[in-house]
Write a protein that binds this ligand. Structure first.
Ligand code: BGC
Length: 429
C-alpha cells in the first residue's frame, strides 16, 4: 500500500480523537425556528427600519460591502420572522446533520414558547421539544440542550429580565420544568450561552435589547447570570445526578500586540481575566465540563486597544485566526483541568472560501492540544444552517448548510461541509 502524506497524517492523528468524541453542530432556537415571540422579536420589529437606514454607516467599510448591501439595506433583513423554519423542518435538518457524519447536536429550548404567559405552560410546545429530542436520539445524534440563548419571554423582559435579582426565581421555575420534562432523555445540558457577550451588547454598549448602556447594571446582570447558572446546576443535578452540565461563555485568544511591552501585557492580562475567566472561575464548582465558544483572536496594545492584522477577515470583517483555538485550549486546561467541549466555532463565509480552512485549522489546533494531554471531548461547529445573526440579521452566512429563504427555504450542503464530513469519517474509522 502506498501511503500518501494525507493518509499518514490521518493514520497518526486518528488515534488522537477518542472514539466517542462528539462531532456536532450548534444552533439556537431564535436564530432558526421561526415564529418566535420574545423580547428579541419585539425589538427587531421596532428597529428594523432604522438598522436598514444605517446599513452603509455600519457596514460600508467592509470590503464585501457591495455584496452585503442589497440585503443589509432592507428592513426585512433585521426581522427573524419565519427564520429558516427549523421548527417544522427539524427532522430533515437532523437527517442532513447525520449525513454529514455528525453524532451530536446542540439546540436551545425557547422559554417564550414553553411559558408564553407567566406561570402558564404550553403543553403542545413541551411535547414539541420532547419529540425533537427523540428524533435526535433516533438518528444517533447526542442532544445538547441549551437552556438559554439570549431570548426571554416578553413578560419576563417587562419585569426587568435578568437585571432584577428577584426575577431569577422565574428562571429557576423554568429550569425545574425542563428538568422534570426532559432530564430522563438527555445527558448534557448547557445552562447559559455567552453571558459575557450578552451583558456587553445588551447592557454595556446598548447594541441589543434592552439596549442599555450602563456599566454598573451590566456587572449586576453578569452576577445574576452567574447565580442563574449555579441555581440551574443544583436543580438539574437533583433531578438527575448523572447529567453533565456546563455553560458556553465566549473565550477569546487574547494576546499582547507587543509581547514584551508592560502596558500591552497588563491590558492583555486584565482582558483575559475579565472577558475569559471571570464567569468560569465563579462557577467552576458547578461545571462538569468547560464549554466555550471560540471565534476571536485579539491583539491588545496600550490601554485596551485592539489592534489586529488586516487579513484574513470573515464576511463580517472579523479577524480570523482559527489556530488561536490551540492557545486558548491550553490555557483553559491549565486553569481548570476539567474536560473541555468546544460548544461553538465557525466563520461567516457566504462564498464558502474560508470555511474548510477554518475547520481544518481548528481540527489541527485540537490535535495539538490533545497531543499535549488536554482532555477535549467534543467540537460543535456554528452552525448547521445559515441563520438569523441577531442585530446583523440575515446577510451573514455561518451555515454548513446554505438556506435559500427566497426559494422555499431550500437547503444546500456547502462543499466545506462535505469535506468536514469526510474528515470526521477518516478521524473516526
Ligand atoms: C453566538 C451565536 C452567534 C455566533 C456568531 C455566538 O456569539 O452564540 O448566537 O450567531 O456567535 O456571531
Amino acid at each position: 500500500m502506498v501511503y500518501t502524506k494525507e493518509h499518514m497524517r490521518s493514520e497518526k492523528n486518528k488515534q488522537l480523537f477518542p472514539k466517542d468524541f462528539l462531532w456536532g453542530a450548534s444552533t439556537a432556537a431564535h436564530q432558526v425556528e421561526g415564529g418566535n415571540y420574545n423580547q428579541w422579536s419585539v425589538w427587531e420589529l421596532a428597529h428594523a427600519a432604522e438598522l436598514a437606514k444605517h446599513a452603509k454607516k455600519t457596514y460600508g467599510w467592509l470590503l464585501n460591502w457591495e455584496d452585503v448591501k442589497p440585503l443589509a439595506s432592507q428592513p426585512e433583513n433585521y426581522v427573524s420572522g419565519r427564520a429558516v423554519d427549523h421548527y417544522r423542518r427539524y427532522e430533515e435538518d437532523f437527517d442532513t446533520a447525520k449525513s454529514l457524519n455528525l453524532n451530536a447536536f446542540r439546540f436551545s429550548v425557547e422559554w417564550s414558547r414553553l411559558e408564553p404567559e407567566c406561570g402558564q405552560w404550553d403543553e403542545t410546545e413541551v411535547a414539541h421539544y420532547r419529540q425533537y429530542i427523540q428524533e435526535l436520539k433516533a438518528r444517533g445524534l447526542e442532544p445538547f440542550l441549551n437552556l438559554w440563548h439570549w431570548t426571554v419571554p416578553v413578560w419576563f423582559a417587562e419585569m426587568g429580565g435578568f437585571a432584577k435579582r428577584r426575577n431569577l426565581h422565574y428562571f429557576e421555575r423554568f429550569v425545574r420544568k425542563i428538568a422534570e420534562e426532559y432530564a430522563d432523555d438527555i445527558k448534557y445540558v448547557i445552562t447559559v450561552n455567552e453571558p459575557n457577550t450578552y451583558v456587553a451588547n445588551s447592557y454595556a454598549n446598548g447594541k441589543w435589547p434592552p439596549a442599555e448602556g450602563n456599566i454598573v447594571k451590566a456587572c449586576w446582570v453578569y452576577l445574576n447570570l452567574i447565580s442563574a447558572h449555579k441555581r440551574s446546576y443544583k436543580i438539574l443535578k437533583s433531578a438527575k445526578k448523572s447529567l453533565q452540565i456546563g455553560a458556553a461563555p465566549q473565550l477569546g485568544n487574547i494576546q499582547a500586540k507587543r509581547p514584551h511591552n508592560p502596558l500591552d501585557q497588563l491590558s492583555t492580562k486584565l482582558m483575559r481575566y475579565i472577558w475569559n475567566w471571570f464567569f468560569l472561575v465563579a462557577t467552576k464548582r458547578q461545571l462538569d465540563f468547560i464549554g466555550f465558544n471560540y471565534y476571536f483572536t485579539d491583539y491588545f496594545t496600550g490601554m485596551f486597544k485592539r489592534q489586529n492584522p488586516g487579513v484574513p477577515l470573515n464576511d463580517m470583517g472579523w479577524y480570523a485566526e482559527p489556530e488561536g483555538l490551540y492557545p486558548i485550549l491550553l490555557r483553559t486546561w491549565a486553569r481548570f483541568k476539567k474536560p473541555i467541549i468546544i460548544t461553538e466555532n465557525g466563520i461567516a463565509d457566504a462564498q464558502d472560501q474560508y470555511r474548510r480552512w477554518w475547520i481544518e485549522e481548528s481540527i489541527v489546533a485540537m490535535e495539538r492540544a490533545i497531543s499535549e494531554g488536554v482532555d477535549i471531548r467534543g467540537y460543535f461547529h456554528w452552525s448547521l444552517l445559515d441563520n438569523f445573526e441577531w442585530s446583523d440579521g440575515w446577510w451573514p452566512k455561518f451555515g454548513l448548510v446554505a438556506v435559500d429563504r427566497e426559494h422555499g427555504m431550500k437547503r444546500t450542503v456547502r462543499p466545506s461541509a462535505r469535506w468536514f464530513a469526510d474528515r470526521i469519517d477518516k478521524l473516526q474509522s
